[in-house]
Design a protein around this ligand. Structure first.
Ligand SMILES: [Zn+2]
Length: 87
């Protein structure tokens, strides 16, 4: 099972958010961590997400650096994730 497709990777972004929030079930955690071992792209994504979460948490003392496109998209994704109210 060495193949990884981007659809699967994109699905994992949701899992990564929950993973960082500590809200992921043990089963999904194991699945995610296994994927991270095979997929440097997602591993990079996770560390970038981690940094983003840190920045958001320390928003008051630390002005965020200009995010690269990937981080901008991740932040947008996270914001949509957090803002559940209808438009
Ligand atoms: Zn991946």
């Amino acid at each position: 099972m060495a193949q990884h497709d981007h659809h699967h990777c994109l699905d994992l972004i949701d899992l990564l958010n929950d993973y960082l929030d500590g809200e992921l079930s043990a089963e999904s955690c194991a699945e995610l961590e296994e994927h991270l071992r095979q997929c440097p792209e997602c591993e990079a994504l996770l560390s970038s997400l981690r940094q983003t979460v840190n920045i958001l948490h320390h928003f008051d003392d630390l002005p965020p650096p200009l995010p690269p496109t990937l981080e901008e998209r991740l932040i947008g994704h996270m914001q949509r994730h957090m803002q559940t109210r209808p438009h």
